[in-house]
Write a protein that binds this ligand. Structure first.
Ligand code: NAD
Length: 481
């Protein structure tokens, strides 16, 4: 039995051992994009074996860090050159607007470039042992074999945040992207091979999480598992990784507050709140899904938000007039539908949306931008991630109350504060228990700045110097001279 050779194990493109396949459909119109291999758990175990052998051989990890860095910079250059081909593949898998995928590709190239340069700077660290007879130093070494598991909303971006630091630090890896969005993972592995990453260092398995992904948290030959995805899956992975005391990095969900004070620039705040909540149809871990608005401007703010939300044009990835796209699947659309129905049953006021796309949009998994006002504190609408184009509205009367509401979540990924009072912005930003705080903005991030969550939004950080440290062991060498 053979299927398409889209798994990459030990430097070879191979089909799944049992010939299993999966059809990939574009969520914008349901068309078949391609058929790829569906790995079995045994395929993943073989990939882990290849990564283990490549790591133990030491050829990759013992290269000068600057040489590994040069290779990552070559990846960045090629990604820039081929950005449109990558963006097209990403848009077909996700339904995301092509222009958004193009932005993602620029960010991905920047990520490879950043870690490429950071790798080159690694010289370890000297420690003052307090004696002229002792030379004490810290040497940074790779963790070993990394299992990298990524989601479907930013398929290559989330994978790149793991691949680039893992390689920069000298690790080998097995990547398992979301089963729904495999194409840019295939393309990046081709590119890594092309620029000279040795066989066995970068491996790829495609398929369902509980089958193809599970060995990456279970197997004793994996030293680190880095996962981006939902909270429920993160708990399963952390529990399973505990059996072999792997290092675990988790980037999970968010329920991110967007706090608007009455003295904020009204038009900019409304404009930005729409983008925060509805870009990529809200399928963003850091989406501004909870508006926390000062009472005195509530009516005016929500009226304008609703008026503008009703005008947002939905469409497929290559529809240039579209402002946002479909949800990833009809199954996900059903989940978002259930979330909104529950919110309304709990007393929320549906101000707009709450419906599937109609007419031309009925063929894809579209859901209209939705505003839920009057949500109750503690209700599922404000505690659970909808991961769709849905924004809830809560109000506050004082700065203290704004902070209390914004921090009233088990998550802690990101949040924003809008005010023309710089002192208040800084005060509130410091009191918010979230990994990224935007002031008078929403969504920008930098490869050189750490990204990650407080609370149940995760463990560890991606990007920035800490993002490289996740993939390194610090070894202390104490030399009695
Ligand atoms: P998911 O948890 O369903 O799946 C994520 C990945 O895990 C997929 O590759 C999936 O196949 C795999 N998986 C599932 N079960 C597994 C198992 N038992 N063992 C190993 N792998 C398994 O998440 P999703 O629906 O793909 O992504 C959406 C979620 O990701 C949202 O909750 C979102 O907030 C989160 N997310 C977080 C960040 C962040 O930076 N914190 C970024 C993007 C997405």
């Amino acid at each position: 039995m053979t299927g398409p050779a889209t798994l990459f194990i030990d430097g070879q493109w191979v089909p799944a051992a049992d010939g299993g396949t999966r059809d990939i459909h574009c969520p914008a119109d349901g068309t078949l994009v391609a058929t790829v291999s569906e790995a079995t758990a045994d395929d993943t175990v073989r990939a882990i074996g290849a990564a283990r052998r490549a790591f133990d051989a030491g050829e990759w990890s013992s290269r000068p860090a600057a040489e590994r860095g040069d290779l990552l910079i070559a990846v960045a250059d090629q990604l820039t050159e081929r950005a449109d081909a990558f963006a097209r593949a990403e848009s077909l898998d996700t339904g995301k607007r092509f222009v958004e995928s193009q932005i993602d590709m620029a960010d991905i190239a920047a990520c490879f470039r950043y870690f490429g340069k950071l790798a080159a700077q690694d010289a370890g660290r000297l420690v003052d042992a307090g004696s002229p007879d002792v030379l004490s130093r810290i040497r940074y070494e790779p963790v070993g074999v990394c299992g990298l598991i990524s989601p479907w909303n930013y398929p290559l971006l989330q994978a790149a945040w793991k691949i680039a630091p893992a390689l920069a630090a000298g690790n080998t890896f097995v990547l398992k992207p979301s089963e729904l969005t495999p194409h840019t993972a295939i393309m990046i592995i081709e590119l890594l091979t092309e620029v000279g990453v040795p066989a066995g260092v970068a491996n790829l398995v495609l398929g369902a999480g509980p089958v193809a992904g599970a060995p990456l948290s279970e197997h004793e030959d994996v030293d680190l598992v880095s996962f981006t995805g939902g909270l429920a899956t993160g708990k399963i992975i952390a529990a399973s990784a505990a059996a072999t005391v792997k290092k675990v990095a988790l980037e999970l969900g968010g329920k991110n507050p967007n706090v608007i004070f009455a003295d904020a620039d009204f038009d900019a705040a409304v404009d930005n709140a729409l983008n925060a909540a509805f870009v990529h149809s809200g399928q963003v871990c850091s989406a501004g899904a909870r508006l926390v608005v000062e009472e005195s401007i509530h009516d005016r703010f929500v009226d304008e938000l609703v008026r503008r939300a009703e005008q947002i044009r939905l469409g497929g990835p290559f529809d240039e007039a579209a402002e946002t796209g479909p949800l990833i699947s009809t199954a996900h659309r059903d989940k978002v539908t259930g979330y909104v129905e529950q919110a309304v049953a709990d007393g929320a006021v549906l101000r707009c949306g709450g419906r599937w796309g109609e007419g031309d949009l009925a063929v894809g998994s579209y859901y209209l931008p939705t505003v839920l006002d009057g949500v109750r504190r503690g209700s599922a609408a404000v505690t659970d991630e909808a991961f769709g184009p849905v924004v809830t509205v809560e109000t506050f009367g004082s700065e203290d109350e704004a902070v209390e509401i914004a921090n009233d979540t088990r998550y802690g990924l990101a949040g924003a504060v809008w005010s023309s009072d710089a002192g208040r912005c800084q005060r509130v930003a410091q009191r918010l228990r979230h990994g990224t705080i935007w002031i008078n903005d929403f969504h920008p991030y930098l490869p050189q700045a750490e990204w990650g969550g407080f609370g149940q939004s995760g463990i560890g950080r991606e990007l920035g110097p800490t993002g490289l440290d996740e993939y390194r062991e610090a070894k202390h060498i104490y030399h009695n001279l």
